[in-house]
Design a protein around this ligand. Sequence first.
Ligand code: NAP
Ligand code: G4F
Length: 331
Amino acid sequence: MTKNALVTGITGQDGSYLAELLLSKGYKVYGLRRRTSMPMMENIEHIEKEIEFLDGDLMDQGSLSQAVRIAKPDEVYNLAAQSFVGSSWDQPSLTGQLTGIGVTNMLEAVRLNRPEAKFYQASSSEMFGKVVETPQKETTPFYPRSPYGVAKVYGHWITVNYRESYDMFACSGILFNHESPRRGIEFVTRKVTDAVAKIKLGLQKELRMGNLDAKRDWGFAGDYVKAMWLMLQQDKPQDYVIATGETHTVHELVDIAFNQVGLNWRDYVVIDPRFVRPAEVDLLLGDSSKARQELGWELEVNFEQLVRMMVESDLEKNKRLLQNDNAFINV
Ligand code: NAP
Ligand code: G4F
């Protein structure tokens, strides 16, 4: 029998990879999409016709209930959020409302309209923040360092609370940073790979960056959405850490990306205090043994392959932009 899935945040990086995975498994996919003057459909335009879109916003309880009633989901993936840590200091209340309380709104919509649905919450390694142990695992205490991290801790615990209060199948994936060519341009990996491509093509002269010493456990988004799905195929709802088990500095990321196009990063990177955060998460390194053993989850793309994939994609995208501009000039 066909299963129904409802995905919030379907236009985002993870939503697009998850929708592809669910469609490939024969699911009927419903995507919650908020109204904007110009919807950002770039990530999903290749599968747009296979998805049924429902209008809704995490801040609007009625729209969420309506979406759940229409979709009658077997599985709900709550991926929508204000997901950029840097912006969370500029918009702390909005981040709290959306990334934190928005989870309660979605859980309530499921509890009241489809309590038997399995629920996935997109928790984050940002919750570990100023880490109290390394590597970080499911039992590591949280110490968030940004309004975003604080909001995610709320979202995480309210999911645990609905599981324990209402016996709902509600679980969280504590995902470490995961990237792809579909990553938003403000995140450090994509900012770097796009800049490398533009500099190589003569479209940009320098790259302004913040803290190059920060360390992250970076994986490929396509691998991570498989873990989300696996969590909802289990008999019991449980939370899992999803990570590569390797950590790299931003400096290494920059080095590999510039090297790939034969340039030396020292000639182009400028440290700019505007990109240094009020409180930093210095080191993230995840231990996903539990997910590997219990879910059978495996990685396919390593850090170097990921950076190379993103640089290649940005070179292609920027070459196309350049060709379109030249065609326009020649008209
Ligand atoms: P993303 O690319 O920023 O996508 C966020 C999605 O949320 C977009 O589809 C966005 O829609 C939607 N959204 C924002 N505000 C909304 C609202 N008020 N109502 C409904 N939808 C709204 O994020 P991502 O990288 O795919 O991450 C997915 C989730 O995983 C997020 O919750 C993020 O915090 C979490 N997470 C990500 C990582 C990572 O490394 N990527 C790691 C751990 C956890 P628009 O297109 O309309 O903006
Ligand atoms: O790419 P980032 O902005 O990602 P961050 O803050 O680690 O958050 C991402 O991963 C979380 C999982 O741990 C998610 F929950 C969250 O939604 C998001 O997807 O920054 C990575 C590191 C930081 O230490 C930052 O200070 O890169 C450092 N950095 C240095 N220069 C920079 C820059 N980050 C950005 N965005 N821009 C810079 O110029």
